[in-house]
Ligand binder design. Structure first.
Ligand SMILES: NC(=O)C1=CN([C@@H]2O[C@H](COP(=O)(O)OP(=O)(O)OC[C@H]3O[C@@H](n4cnc5c(N)ncnc54)[C@H](OP(=O)(O)O)[C@@H]3O)[C@@H](O)[C@H]2O)C=CC1
Ligand SMILES: O=C(O)[C@@H]1CCC=N1
Length: 278
């Protein structure tokens, strides 16, 4: 266990708003070595509280201010439109030296720093949902009051979610468009491939298994060989064979161009959110 992970022992973490992304980051924090007894997760519904308690053995509450009172790290996991109200609730209750971590799409560090007590350390993060199984990737950037120690602590807590990279804040909306939203594009492709398998006569079960395993295997091959995707694609494409016939259709249908447009749309929506809410 390295020094960063060791430093996590005993760190109290509050999750303020524990939905899809908050839960995935919570699972990663526990995998990093945060003790369930040091975690409090806030919710709005009893049913949700029961789910989180049963799955992770953490405490839950609907009282956000009480949740942050002794937390060293506070993860704000509500939707962007709910962030300002959350900060108004928790700001006065933050413990001295607390670091506030935002996962909100679009909202800049400035949005948090303007609404929290002066000098509050803020870290902006963009995780993705494979964090739930330790296979996520999260980009982080620290605000003006976040120390190296704060960033290292947050990085350690997020490392149980998967890879953590540090980026400049100007790149955060691009990160969100690529990696934050990215799992949804992959699920979309898997669903489309499985549907196509059904069209060709495979059972739904077999088609799903083949699509999932193919995406998993292709991802591992990319990761473990470090080869360029074009090189790996060429190795699948026999001259005059079946794959080039299929890839030509994808090109004809503008799939590559659609990805370029799609990521620009996601980036632009993040900018709009910041403008609407800021
Ligand atoms: N989903 C994703 O893949 C990613 C999301 N993000 C960011 O994560 C954030 C959350 O998104 P997501 O998890 O998808 O959304 P969810 O709606 O699943 O999660 C938000 C949660 O916050 C709860 N909540 C809202 N207000 C309060 C409150 N006052 N007190 C306690 N709990 C509250 C909601 O409760 P209730 O269940 O009752 O509605 C909900 O469970 C967003 O800012 C988003 O931009 C970032 C990267 C990826
Ligand atoms: O769709 C969203 O707005 C969030 C942010 C990135 C992924 N999901």
């Amino acid at each position: 266990m390295d020094e960063q992970i060791t430093g996590i022992t005993g760190t109290r973490v509050a999750f303020c708003g524990t939905g899809n992304m908050g839960e995935a980051v919570l699972a990663g924090a526990l995998a990093s070595g945060v003790a369930p007894g040091d975690v409090v997760a806030t919710v709005r519904r009893d049913g949700r509280a029961g789910e989180l308690e049963a799955r992770y053995g953490v405490r839950t509450t609907t009282d956000n201010a009480a949740a942050v009172a002794d937390a060293r790290v506070v993860v704000v996991g509500v939707k962007p439109k709910d962030v300002a109200a959350m900060l108004a609730s928790i700001g006065p209750a933050l413990a001295p030296g607390a670091v506030v971590v935002s996962v909100a799409a679009g909202l800049p560090l400035r949005f948090f720093e303007e609404r929290l007590p002066a000098g509050t350390a803020v870290v902006r993060a963009m995780p993705n949902t494979p964090a739930q199984v330790g296979a996520g990737v999260t980009a982080i950037v620290g605000g003006s009051a976040a120390s190296d120690e704060d960033l290292a602590l947050v990085e350690g807590i997020l490392s149980g979610s998967g890879l953590v990279v540090r980026v400049a804040e100007k790149d955060m909306d691009a990160v969100g468009a690529l990696a934050g939203s990215g799992p949804a594009y992959v699920f979309y492709v898997v669903d489309a491939m499985a549907e196509a398998g059904v069209l060709l006569g495979l059972t739904r079960d077999v088609a799903r298994t083949l699509a999932v395993q193919t995406v998993l295997g292709a991802g591992r091959l990319l990761d473990e060989t470090g080869e360029h995707p074009v090189t790996l694609r060429e190795r699948v494409s026999s001259p005059g064979g079946t794959t080039v016939a299929a890839l030509r259709r994808l090109d004809d249908r503008g799939v590559r161009a659609a990805f370029l447009d799609a990521l620009e749309a996601a980036r632009d929506r993040a900018r709009e959110l910041a403008a609407e809410l800021g």
